[in-house]
Every structure is written in structure tokens, then in C-alpha cells.
Design a protein around this ligand. Structure first.
Ligand code: ATP
Ligand code: MG
Length: 263
């Protein structure tokens, strides 16, 4: 079984330490939800895993099947089976979804179905995601609305069948039907392709469909609590303030030694 290991990861952005020792191990076929307040480092973690050059690894390691990916460019990481669904997906004009995905499959060393077969597959997957076929005529994400972009990320996930997917708020901006479609797409990737998922979200709703095996809470660049699906419901009801006070009983005292230190 494949594993994605993030070990004591420290990451700096523009000279500022954002991740302060994150450890997470995702096995293929598992769903790990990652929740945390705005600015706690969730997107930073996803960019660092994918190898964005702005995010400097100053300590720790990221391993796929025991092999470090530190220093590898994003395309090499993709070849090893890592996929990133962006919080804010980019628009690529001039490259249609179909060409983009065929090229991605080829560069990942996967078999590319014939043009007709591929078109049929895309149409089927797009239908499940409630995406009109005419989107195939546009550039990737070009002029797509926020929710449409999220559906497009999940379409890529279903076609590329990565070993591991980091999905940065796939539910944000989706309408009620979009949320369900996106969630079912993720669920199918886990069940059918055994993709291991790190699902970043602010809301429990998506987790009602994509049942997480683990839920982790990140605060100020550190995982401060891990648990099962119940933890996500707790967060939704109580908010981070209450939970982080319980975790950091000394924070209020202003003693900086205790800020960012898990109980
Ligand atoms: N390129 C950058 N330059 C300067 N600061 C950055 C940069 N990227 C991230 N940061 C800072 O790092 C911190 C973590 O940001 P990050 O985007 O990882 O948060 P997040 O947990 O994903 O938040 P959200 O829930 O709002 O998406 C923030 O304080 C942010 O301002
Ligand atoms: Mg983010």
C-alpha cells in the first residue's frame, strides 16, 4: 500500500515560518480532513507538498512510499502520484480540458485512451459533476465560476486517478448540488481508485458525504488535535476559539512559551 508521509514539516514563506512541525501520514484509500482557522497554514501545507518554489522547506520531510520528494519539481511529484486541487484554481486559456488531461495522463506515464473513448469518459464524468459538455470547448477553467472551477478540479481528480489528492477547500463556492456532486466525486475516487485524500475544509457538510477516517485541526502552523468525524462536528458547533482555548489553556495568560504548543 502506498503512503504519503509528512514528517515534522517546517515551511517558510517570504522569510516567515508558517508551518512549525506538521506530521501527517496518509495511506492510500484513507480520507484525512484538515480544518483550521484562516491563515493557519492549510494552503501553505498543500503548496509545500506539491513543491511550489515560494514555499521553502526548512525542516522535516515529505515522502511518497518512503522516498523523499523534497527538491523535486511539481511535475515529478505528480508522476509519483500526488495531485493538488487548488483553493483558487488557475485559468489556462488556449488549453482545453480534454487536451490538458490527455497531456497530464501521458506525462504521468499512464495509458491514454483513444480520442473517442476519452471523449465518452469525459462526458460521463462531467455529467456526474453537473458540468455542461460545452465546457470542453473552453480553455481549462476559462471564465468558469467559482463553483464550476471546483467541479473542474474534481473532474481532473476522477480522470487522473492519483494515488494521493490534496484538495484545498473543494467545497468552497459550490451551490447545494455542486457540493454534493463534488463530494460524491471525491468519495468515488477513494472507493474506486483508492486515492488517499487530504481534504481541507471549513465545513462539516462535505464530510457528511465524504466520511473522513481522521480529522486534524491545524492552528498557527501546528496540528493541535486529531480525531475522528466527531471532531469536525465539534468544530462546527463550538468553533476554534473554544477548542483552541481548551488546547492552549495558557494562551490567555500571555505566556508565549505555550502559544502554538499542543497539549
Ligand atoms: N506568499 C506569501 N507571502 C506572505 N505571506 C504568506 C504567503 N503565503 C501565505 N502567507 C501567510 O501564511 C499564513 C498561512 O496562509 P495559508 O494560505 O496557508 O492559510 P490557510 O490556512 O489556507 O487559510 P484559509 O483558511 O484562509 O484558506 C497566512 O498568514 C498568510 O498571510
Ligand atoms: Mg487556504
Amino acid at each position: 500500500m502506498s503512503t504519503l508521509e509528512i514528517l515534522d514539516l517546517h515551511v517558510e514563506v517570504e522569510g516567515k515560518e508558517i508551518l512549525k512541525g506538521v506530521t501527517l501520514i496518509v495511506n492510500q484509500g484513507e480520507v484525512h480532513a484538515l480544518m483550521g482557522p484562516n491563515g493557519s497554514g492549510k494552503s501553505t501545507l498543500s503548496y509545500a507538498i506539491m513543491g511550489h518554489s515560494k514555499y521553502k522547506i526548512t525542516g522535516g520531510n515529505i515522502l511518497v512510499d518512503g522516498k523523499s520528494v523534497i527538491g523535486l519539481p511539481a511535475n515529478e511529484r505528480a508522476k509519483l502520484g500526488i495531485f493538488l486541487g487548488f483553493q483558487y484554481p488557475h485559468e489556462i486559456s488556449g488549453v482545453g480540458i480534454s487536451n490538458f488531461l490527455r497531456t497530464a495522463l501521458a506525462s504521468n506515464g499512464k495509458t491514454i485512451p483513444g480520442a473517442i473513448e476519452f471523449h465518452k469518459l469525459l462526458k460521463e464524468e462531467m455529467q456526474k459533476l453537473g458540468m455542461p459538455e460545452e465546457f470542453l470547448k473552453r480553455g481549462l477553467n476559462q471564465g468558469f465560476s467559482g463553483g464550476e472551477k471546483k467541479r473542474s478540479e474534481v473532474l481532473q481528480l476522477s480522470v487522473l486517478k492519483p494515488k494521493f489528492a490534496i484538495l484545498d477547500e473543494p467545497d468552497s463556492g459550490t451551490d447545494v448540488d455542486g457540493l454534493k456532486a463534488v463530494a460524491l466525486g471525491v468519495k468515488e475516487a477513494v472507493a474506486k481508485n483508492k486515492t488517499g485524500v487530504l481534504l481541507i475544509t471549513h465545513y462539516n457538510k462535505i464530510l457528511e458525504y465524504v466520511k473522513p477516517d481522521f480529522v486534524h485541526i491545524i492552528v498557527d502552523g501546528k496540528i493541535v488535535k486529531s480525531g475522528d468525524a466527531k471532531l469536525a462536528r465539534e468544530i462546527e458547533n463550538a468553533g476554534y476559539e473554544k477548542i483552541s482555548k481548551a488546547i492552549f489553556p495558557f494562551r490567555e495568560s500571555g505566556d508565549s512559551r505555550y502559544v502554538g504548543v499542543a497539549a
